[in-house]
Design a protein around this ligand. Structure first.
Ligand code: SF4
Ligand code: SF4
Ligand code: FES
Length: 502
């Protein structure tokens, strides 16, 4: 540990910590644009000036590592003046298009102008205009005029994604950010450049003009796009619509980054892809009625010891807690023995990094937790072709499908769905409206999507991570745990009625 002094206050920080981070840890804000803890030091924006004891010139804090005896001042008149005029320099050619800029509300220029600027501009010359709305491929749009040339995006593509597209071209006030030959951004990590751009120069095509950031709330979760388990923030509006995911720092999992595929998984949680009401044969029915109907049919099988005619389909999209709730009831109470899934063991064995960075080949967030939980309950899995055959031969008559959001299971379950005949009783627990459409004759009950859940998922490295959202998007969609409780209650009250004849 090192003892340092900032603004006359003695602080203890880890030896070698970057001064910008050390100050922030202790609630002292050193303004910065080009510094990013996940990138190399550029010393480019000159916003992080501090006075260092014994040094006659102002120094940039982003290039200072903390060691015993370091003494700096961040709030002297000299520092404040230098920061203020650095800021004006950044704004000299910046277009004031805040009203139509997607970065408004989370823009480094707006924030620092209010905090450290507030000067009367001394510029009389016209601004230099640069190219606006440059299409950089599937995900990103560039506005060259808004760029402050901090070079974060250049360093990201050079050091992190290693795709090397960005560069700063020309000199002086003609300097522009751009990609070589205006080629689009490539690879699986392009939108991270939008996250780290401190101004509105790089914007996400998906999020552009969709929502003002000050209307958004934030919740913490873990991405469900693959077995990596990247930590994310969910940005949603009043729990009714999710607008974007942003990476959440976790040093051991994803650092500051996430992939583009994972970033768009939130779309499966929104209204147009959701089952929002219980349905029988495609027609809405009250939730309680759906549960009672399911419990009554289950009673027919369990009271006549025909549990081997019940088949359950599961996926590693469920959290450990959801799986435990399902298996507690199905295995321990109803004595169901027939469970089916795709070859999860095979996926885990073959799981590897797709591009030597984050994205992995196993598309599930909880394969390891899934196998572990099933083992605890002594569950052996049959394949999907076993399931289809047993349905065809009428060995399975009561079918339960626990289907997550997304397209993977819809494709995977097509063969199984084709084997179903009118005398099968089919229950689908799902947040996914396409699952209900696939099993059109089913009793479908809406459940929470991944980003509304609370529970635990275990990533490819065996790391158990908590997910804990704090919002629910649809009144009639419940967690698997509460659906299991409702089913258990309905089943016992159905039994009681049978016994008393009421
Ligand atoms: S586009 Fe953004 S991240 Fe890239 S140099 Fe310009 S301001 Fe920095
Ligand atoms: S690497 Fe996997 S977990 Fe991480 S963001 Fe991408 S899909 Fe999600
Ligand atoms: S943050 Fe230090 S020079 Fe830019």
């Amino acid at each position: 540990m090192a003892k340092i002094t900032i603004n006359g206050k003695e602080l203890t920080v880890a030896d070698g910590t970057n001064l910008v981070d050390a100050a922030e840890e202790h609630g002292i804000d050193i303004p910065h644009y080009c510094y990013h803890p996940g990138l190399s030091i550029a010393g480019q924006c000159r916003m992080c000036y501090v006075e260092q004891e014994g040094n006659p010139k102002l120094q940039v804090a982003c290039n200072m590592k903390c060691s015993d005896g370091l003494k700096v001042t961040t709030d002297s008149a000299r520092v404040k003046d230098a920061v203020k005029w650095s800021l004006e320099f950044h704004l000299v050619n910046h277009p004031i298009d805040c009203p139509i800029c997607d970065q408004a509300g989370e823009c480094g220029l707006q924030d620092y102008y209010m905090k450290h600027g507030q000067y009367q501009s001394e510029m009389h010359e016209d601004k230099v205009h640069k190219e606006k709305v440059v299409d950089l491929g599937d995900n990103v749009v560039l506005d060259k005029e808004r760029c402050i040339l901090c070079s974060r995006c250049v360093r990201f593509t050079a050091e992190v994604s290693k795709t090397n597209e960005f560069g700063i071209f020309n000199r002086g006030d003609r300097s522009v950010i751009g990609t070589v030959d205006d080629k689009p951004l490539t690879g699986n990590y392009t939108v991270n450049t939008v996250d780290i751009c401190p101004v509105g120069a790089l914007t996400s095509k998906d999020f552009r003009f969709e929502q003002r950031v000050w209307f958004l709330d934030s919740a913490e979760s873990v991405c469900n796009g693959c077995s990596k388990g990247c930590n994310v923030f969910i940005h949603h509006k009043k729990g009714r619509h999710i607008y974007r995911l942003k990476p959440r720092f976790n040093e051991t999992v994803n650092s500051y980054w996430m992939c583009d595929k994972g970033r768009y998984t939130y779309k499966d949680s929104n209204y147009d892809r959701r089952l929002t009401h219980a349905k029988l044969l495609g027609v809405d029915l009250p939730h309680d009625e759906a549960i009672s109907m399911w419990a009554a049919d289950l009673n027919v099988f369990t009271s006549t010891e025909r549990m081997d005619e019940i088949g359950v389909y599961l996926t590693p999209n469920q959290t450990n807690e959801e799986l435990s709730a399902l298996l507690e009831l199905f295995v321990n109470k109803f004595k169901i023995t027939k469970f089916f899934a795709e070859d999860v063991e095979g996926l885990v064995k073959a799981d590897s990094a797709v591009d030597n960075f984050l994205l992995r080949s196993d598309p599930y967030p909880n394969s390891k937790g899934f196998l572990e939980t099933l083992k605890k309950f002594g569950v052996k899995l049959g394949s999907l072709s076993d399931m289809a055959q047993s349905i065809e031969k009428q060995r399975l008559m009561h079918l339960i499908f626990v289907v997550p959001e997304g397209q993977r299971q819809i494709t995977q379950l097509t063969g199984v769905a084709e084997a179903i005949r009118p005398d099968h009783f089919v229950v689908v627990l799902t947040p996914n409206r396409f699952a209900q459409e696939l099993f059109a004759s089913s009793l479908s009950i809406p459940t929470l999507s991944h980003f509304e859940k609370t529970g635990t998922v275990v990533n490819h490295g065996g790391l158990a991570q908590k997910i804990s959202s704090n919002f629910k998007m649809f009144k009639e969609a419940f967690s698997i745990e509460s659906v299991m409780k409702q089913l258990a209650d309905a089943q016992s009250s159905g039994r009681k009625k049978e016994r008393t004849g009421s």
